[in-house]
Write a protein that binds this ligand. Structure first.
Ligand code: HEC
Length: 261
């Protein structure tokens, strides 16, 4: 555990975990403004509880080529203007919004389908979000909303390349890992974390990335997903229960510090 943090740069897994890789405010177009919700705001989003009408729903539409094609044209028409072609929150109409559009290709990896369906149906005009995200339950059929969710997942796993329409960068796992490394370096520099904590965070994070690469269906908001994934890693013997607890604590310190967005 005493390796230099610099060693992390080369050693990281290729895939990164949604919601945990974002570094320094302003580094990513469309992400910087989210900091203005304040650290408390980020924590509230992370722990948001799904409305009971939606909690536990699973996607009934298989992510086959037809669904992805429908999802692509719906997404391009209804969402890309704010969320960007690649789903990284950097569409032209999103620039002036506070909070900024979420990088859904990235965050959806850590969000259950019930959470996504809830947010797309009801939009952002509710606490703790209070955002310009429109609700689509009267504009899109249920199947259309599930098609879009399939498409967003495909964008976030690199299974499809974004259609060029509104602008915005594609999801790039290597870039996300780079951001995470930078964030951890900054956290050590600012005494938010010790070097050992940064290393433990990175090690557990890489194990989570590996587990998540195998596309398993999950439900819930970010905090619940994180708990489920950590519990799986503990039962697979990949990490200890102590490491899982330490990870969650470090994760909260990073959220509170405002370094993780
Ligand atoms: C007017 C701009 C705008 C449009 C159009 C828009 N969104 Fe959003 N969206 C936002 C903003 C701003 C947020 C971030 C604040 C929030 O969570 O409410 C957001 C958040 C989300 C989230 C939550 C992600 C997370 O990490 O918590 C999802 C999912 C989402 N949008 C999907 C969509 C989909 C799918 C469409 C098209 C059907 C769409 N949005 C259209 C602005 C928009």
């Amino acid at each position: 555990m005493k390796k230099s943090l610099l060693l992390l740069t080369g050693a990281l897994a290729l895939v990164t975990l949604a919601g945990c890789g974002q570094a320094i405010s302003g580094a990513i177009p469309g992400m910087g403004m989210m900091g203005e919700m304040g650290p408390g705001g980020m924590m509230a989003r992370h722990h948001a509880t799904i409305d009971s009408e939606y909690a536990g729903l699973t996607n009934p539409v298989a992510p086959d080529a037809e669904s992805l094609a429908r999802g692509e044209s719906l997404y391009t028409l209804q969402c890309a203007t704010c969320h960007g072609d690649g789903g990284m929150g950097d569409g032209p109409a999103g620039v002036a919004l506070d909070p900024a559009p979420a990088p859904v290709a990235h965050t959806s990896r850590m969000l259950g389908d019930d959470y996504l369906f809830w947010r797309i149906s009801e939009g952002g005009n509710l606490s703790p979000f209070n955002s310009a995200m429109p609700g689509f339950k009267s504009r899109l059929t249920e199947q259309e909303r599930w098609d879009i969710i399939n498409y967003i997942h495909a964008l976030g796993s690199g299974r499809v390349m974004p259609k060029e329409a509104m602008g915005g960068r594609p999801f790039d796992p290597e870039f996300e890992v780079e951001q995470r490394t930078q964030m951890l370096k900054e956290a050590v520099k600012q005494n938010v974390l010790t070097m050992d904590e940064a290393e433990l965070f990175d090690q557990v994070h890489s194990a989570m990335d590996e587990l998540m690469a195998g596309d398993m269906p999950r439900g819930g908001g970010m905090a619940q997903m994180q708990e489920q994934i950590l519990a799986d890693l503990v039962s697979n013997g990949k990490i200890t229960a102590e490491q899982a607890d330490a990870f969650s604590q470090i994760h909260d310190s990073l959220l509170e510090s405002g370094l993780m967005k």
